[in-house]
Write a protein that binds this ligand. Structure first.
Ligand code: SF4
Ligand code: SF4
Length: 452
């Protein structure tokens, strides 16, 4: 990776950053005396601060419930015209075919076999859940009852055990209700009604008003694999994560049922609510230049999922880990993006880029149509921007601990840390070499982000 950072500058940066971290370690020690209830993940990285408002400015008056079918995933023909959309679909299929015929690295038969394999074995996704587990009534016992804090704790423990990375909770009110889609990806409306139990028919999904809590959770993707993007090999870490989620969601729904409650889940990929927005409100991360969630623990290397429940839960707070501030100077993802779909502006804006964005918050809005067009040109999806992000780098024992911790408190070092990332990390790796790696299970480090 080219850089104009001299060795002297690099050592100076490490020294200065070390001082900043040491100074702030005193504040962290004071945090250990924090008398607040300890029901929420106390093993979170010490430099992640809880806040009352997210680092993204929101004008709740302007925010409206969003129709998911307006994303480019569903509405490319509306944004670029039907002819162009058909052309892009045909291009995507042709490039994938030709790349395999040529046995291009990352598109060889073994890469495609892995993609096919990780796309299989999905559990049926549904709004209402499998409904197979026994309920307390079936077992002749009262329903489970705990305090909201205890309930958040057990849901977090259960979800982590099932394979989630981080877990948060958003309580629905007249503002946060706007983060639930008005229309699901399959065209069914989502409505709130004053009923005891949710339901679904051919036209709509009903959320009971008493189900006031959204469980928001992340599942890790493999950075090592994503660093082989854009290829079939790189793309299958996303596929594997979505496949794993189908099982985790079904298990969460059954866990809630067996406690005596209900879990209203995603009926399809990216259903129910706006993932990055709910992730921000639950404090799982901050919105970023990617216009996606960047988490302190895993950077953008997660997918974000959500489920609404009537089990009373204690909400988790938004966070400030310095991520939005770091993005102002960094711009690494925008520079890495081949289709120039990401914003280069220093400041986020209220101005959206197209109908795929939901107005009412200040963000780095992306050109989703040029991003999708690039996917077609490479015959798969992309992810270069995710892999290039300094927060995606997984080795917490290295300079990145310093980067993330210091960025959370000392924005003056942000520019220097961007350069350190350039020096230490190769963002793109050889797909053929991936087959010789000895990665942990599912290509992810499940100890990362915890007990540090
Ligand atoms: S996925 Fe690829 S094309 Fe899309 S914004 Fe990221 S780097 Fe650009
Ligand atoms: S690469 Fe830099 S600008 Fe982009 S999301 Fe990551 S930290 Fe922000």
């Amino acid at each position: 990776m080219p850089t104009n950072l001299s060795r002297r500058e690099l050592l100076a940066a490490i020294g200065l950053a070390g001082t900043a971290v040491a100074l702030n370690a005193g504040e962290a020690a004071a945090d250990q005396l924090d008398p607040r209830p300890q029901y929420i993940d106390r093993s979170r990285l010490w430099w992640v601060k809880e806040t009352n408002t997210p680092t993204t400015e929101i004008d709740w008056q302007t925010v409206k419930r969003f129709d998911e079918t307006k994303t480019t995933r569903k509405s490319m023909p509306v944004y670029v015209g039907k002819e162009k959309a058909d052309e892009l679909n045909a291009l995507n299929a042709r490039v994938a075919r030709e790349a395999e015929a040529e046995q291009r690295p990352g598109y060889t038969t073994k890469d495609i076999a892995l993609k096919e394999a990780t796309n299989s074995g999905r559990v049926a996704m549904s709004f209402l859940g499998p409904n197979k587990a026994t309920t307390p009534k079936d077992r002749g016992v009262p329903i489970y009852e705990g305090t909201p804090e205890e309930n958040t704790q057990i849901v977090t423990a259960a979800l982590r055990h099932m394979g989630a990375a981080t877990v948060g909770v958003v309580e629905l009110d007249s503002n946060t209700e706007k983060l639930i889609y008005s229309v699901d990806p399959d065209g069914k409306a989502i409505v709130f009604e004053d009923v005891e139990v949710g339901s679904e028919d051919e036209k709509k999904r009903v959320l009971p008003k008493k189900a006031r809590w959204v469980i928001v959770y992340t599942i890790q993707m493999s950075t090592e694999t994503m660093r082989r993007s854009p290829t079939m090999l790189g793309s299958q870490t996303t596929t594997l994560t979505y496949t794993r989620q189908t099982q985790i969601q079904a298990q969460l729904q059954e866990f809630l049922r067996a406690l005596g409650y209900h879990g209203y889940g995603e009926a399809a990929t990216n259903a129910l609510g706006i993932a990055p927005a709910l992730g921000v409100m639950a404090g799982l991360g901050e919105l970023s230049r990617l216009n996606r969630l960047v988490t302190p623990e895993y950077g953008p290397m997660v997918r974000v999922f959500k489920l609404v429940t009537d089990l009373p839960l204690a909400p988790t707070k938004p966070i400030d880990a310095g991520i939005m501030e770091f993005c102002k100077n960094c711009k690494k993802c925008a520079e890495a993006c081949p289709s120039k779909s990401l914003s280069f502006d220093r400041e986020p804006s209220w101005e959206t880029k197209g109908g795929w964005n939901n107005p009412g918050h200040k963000a780095y809005f992306e050109d989703s149509t040029s991003c999708r067009a690039y996917w077609a040109a490479v015959g798969t999806n992309c992810g270069i921007c995710f892999a290039s992000c300094p927060y995606a780098k997984s080795d917490l024992a290295s300079v990145h601990t310093l980067v993330k911790a210091t960025a959370s408190m000392t924005p003056a070092f942000d520019g220097m840390f961007r350069k350190l990332d350039d020096v230490f990390y190769e963002d793109y790796k050889d797909p053929e070499e991936w087959w010789k790696t000895n990665l942990p299970e599912m290509g992810i480090d499940t100890t990362q982000g915890h007990k540090k």
